[in-house]
Design a protein around this ligand. Structure first.
Ligand SMILES: [Zn+2]
Length: 197
């Protein structure tokens, strides 16, 4: 029991099952100091701009989730301007899994590019070519589910990260994240590296 109290348990989804939704609740977030205000305004703004410009909006581009470990085990390649339509596919697919999915990486829908979308409880936002530049705080043990595999797995996450990424205008941004948002981003970045927790 003493040992258990030393760990910070949490479950995060890049997907998952209905039975695990409780871990997406307020209790878990408060325990880790989840801060909705950490959602980057610049990324959200970029998303809205892109959605308005996307001529395919009348089409719902929900893609099937890849579960092939060989495909998922490949390191994703850098995203370029021509890959921007993938963002909308990711957004549509994320929306299709609302309630049990808080993030997706492009290789989960069969596109091996460094693009992720994140939904930490506010407005979902995309990141192109994200790289973690700083990790802060004591790593904690998290238990995470994923649409690409069944069950949950434990892994270590940092409570604070600083991420460099490109927005939908391909401008380079740098943003700090904490708590649940930081956990989601770390999970999706693992996907970009071909790492399945
Ligand atoms: Zn995942």
């Amino acid at each position: 029991m003493i040992l258990l109290s030393l760990w910070s348990f949490s479950i995060m989804y890049c997907g998952g099952r209905a039975a695990m939704q409780a871990f997406d609740g307020a209790g878990g977030r408060e325990k880790r100091g989840f801060d909705r205000k950490s959602t980057p305004a610049i990324a959200m703004e970029a998303h809205f701009c892109y959605a308005a410009k996307d001529k395919r909006r009348e089409q719902n581009m929900v893609r099937p989730i890849v579960k092939d470990v060989l495909l998922l085990g490949r390191r994703a390649e850098a995203a370029v301007e021509a890959d921007l339509p993938v963002v909308q596919d990711l957004m549509d697919t994320l929306r299709a899994h609302t309630g049990h999915c808080v993030g997706l990486a492009a290789n989960m829908i069969g596109v091996n590019k460094r693009i992720i979308v994140v939904d930490g409880g506010g407005v979902p936002f995309p990141m192109l070519n994200p790289v973690i530049r700083k990790r802060r705080g004591e790593p904690y043990e998290a238990e995470e589910g994923c649409l690409s595999h069944s069950g949950t797995r434990r892994t270590l996450r940092y409570p604070f990260i600083e991420v460099e990424f490109q927005n939908l205008s391909l401008q380079t941004c740098r943003q700090r994240y904490s708590g649940f948002l930081a956990q989601i981003i770390q999970h999706e970045l693992d996907h970009c590296e071909g790492v399945l927790i």
